[in-house]
Design a protein around this ligand. Sequence first.
Ligand code: ASP
Length: 332
Amino acid sequence: MTPAGPRKVAAYSAALAGLSLILAACSSGADPASYPEDDIDIIVPFSAGGPTDTVTRMIAEPMSDDLGVQLVVQNVDGAGGTVGAGQAATAEADGYTVLMHHIGMSTAPALYDDLAYDPIADFKPVGLVTEVPMTIIARSDFEPETFEEFVTYIEENADTVTMAHAGEGSASNLCGLLLTDALGVDLTAVPYDGTGPAMAELVGGQVDFMCDQTTNTTGQITAGEVKAYAVTTPERIEALPDLPTTAEGGQEDIAVSVWHGLYVPAETPDEVVTRLTESLQVALADETVIDQMADLGTAPVSEDQATPEAHAALLEEQTATWGDIIGASQGG
Ligand code: ASP
């Protein structure tokens, strides 16, 4: 065999370069200008029937109508939302995998030493969706009747009380940590893959209480299936007007609401992100979505918050804030 001449080598290289361009175009799935041409998977990193799932399904319908393809919800639960977020981080960056996640996106780096993804570097934010109040609720036959009685009961019975949450880094875990910190107690925490299954066990009386978003608790509170003690926002909320705030009960440090946003993998083309942001804004202006959210104690964010810029700014600020809070509470 004789070595190829320089001209032949150049021709081979040109052909190879052409081939790899074609392969790259095929593997990235599509031309961003004609996006979307196929159904889109939207990963919810918690169980079906929980608050993140509920909000996702609310916006998936009008977004599907707007985009002309189906947004298909995929529940990839486990480890406080980090399993689903990890899967989304390594998905093809073609706009056909979108992640819905909440405040847990900003707490995970401080909580998990071995986090497989970087919430800031590995994703492009698409826009914020909603900010949901939380409620402290208990099984219907839990002894305390008022929030003040609940606080006293927890302080006196910390060794026996059980608290449900959706895994380390979940919103319910975060609210639980604020509560145990504020009351200076250690409780037995019972982790689930989402507060959907946790709610079923709470209603069934297998666990004593949890702190969860109104998008998962308003129905059960109104139906009397659980006992509700307080809401974690500075003001009472319209959907549950009789429910006092934690501050009214002297516990202003138990204050948190849960912001949600949509993400795509970091290498996703900007045209694709722009199309998703437009569609998110259409969904958030939809009267049905506004009404459904109001019934569950929340509301869509304003249009200027449903943008990649506002979302990126909040994610960065919250990652720093929660990093400090969690670091301090872990003695770091
Ligand atoms: N968002 C979770 C869920 O959908 C619950 C949580 O974060 O506490 O189940």
